[in-house]
Design a protein around this ligand. Sequence first.
Ligand code: C2G
Length: 434
Amino acid sequence: MTTVITYGTYDLMHRGHVRLLERAKALGDYLIVGVTSDNFDKERGKINVSQTLLERVENVKSTGLADKIIVEEYEGQKIDDIIKYKVDIFTVGSDWMGKFDYLNEYCKVVYLDRTKGISSTEIRSDNNSLSIGVIGNNRLASKFIKECSFVNGVSTSGLYLDENKNREMFDDNLLTYDLNELFNKSDSIYIVSQPNSHYEQIKLALEHKKHVLCETPITTNVKQYDELLKLADNKNLILLDSLKTAYSVAYQRLLLLVKGGIIGEIASVDAVCTSLKSANPASWDSSFDSWGPTALLPIFQLLGIDYSDISIYIKKENNYDTFTKIAFKYHNAVASIKVGNGVKSEGELIISGTKGYAYVPAPWWKTEYFEIRFEDPNENKKYYFKNDGEGIRYEIIAFLDLIKNNTNYYYISRDISRKIIEIREKINNGMLND
Ligand code: C2G
């Protein structure tokens, strides 16, 4: 009996896939098909696969060509599978020509001609094309533009500089000085300007029927936030918080583990984020505007927003807020943030519990690594997850999925978004303690 094995994602199954499987089957008597797991696809850079692993396995099953279906979970699994299943022939499409020659040591390798004129990427792009216009002029804007190029179907249509600075960071062809022109050539808008410009810019974008992704805090007061949400809902448009940490893989997994009870009951969440001021005073933000929303995120996502007490302490330098410490009291837990712009400290996140604690080393807000630690160090566990583009890439996909109705899940709930604005408002009004 000749055993053949082939691997693939099989997203949005099409004629090219079926032809490949037919010819693979014809090479022998028994066909094993490895379908890539979501995690493995992310690791190998295929990030916006449309269907889940289960749906993709179903795709392969429905052809009736596979005698056995397995899941490909990790780099190097192919060799393990070939030995385990006594495989005679490994086959894959000619787009991989030469890439799997190293398997010749274990079995025969056959590259089959790829079917021309069809691919999952094209099908996805048809369903999923989105042009994003950018408003802003800082490093985050330039990172965002770069990350758009990694997401299938997404393109940046232009960049509006709300102030004429940092021009040199951007491609001249992208620049526009006319907001209407930007709206005309975009399906959606990403806003990364100063928080006090957000309200006007979001309102204009929504009035032009554009979906909006905006850096948190979305506005500087709750009243304006509620007004914009209403406007977006009435027009059936998405208004989404942009805060890269919320979309990061490791951060998401950390939340799941902690909510699942791995460290017992949560007693305290303590987050620190700091940076030193850039050389350019014109771009100095307060410590809260630089880091507050990020540091508050794990507290609100783990303990909720119904704290019973809040105390805010601010250190100023020439009237400029360089360091803010906020303490929260909850029914059965406490929490704190320390944020600095112009003051440096250890940027770690610690979640203390009744059975153990989660430790996320600096810089925790873009981490790929964390530990769950216990009294007995032998029980400690280390976790590693790849976090492409510091989370920005996943944020763009989340925005795209909401717009295309592939999901209605918001990584940052409106309640949390509103609470962050409320705290910023408190600070700006000098109302520091409840
Ligand atoms: N294919 C093809 N013709 C197309 C498109 C795809 O013959 N027009 C083949 C691919 O070459 C591959 C199989 O169909 O052999 C599955 O394709 P994908 O789902 O795109 O998976 P891919 O990323 O190529 O995965 O490590 C090898 C990978 O697992 C193969």
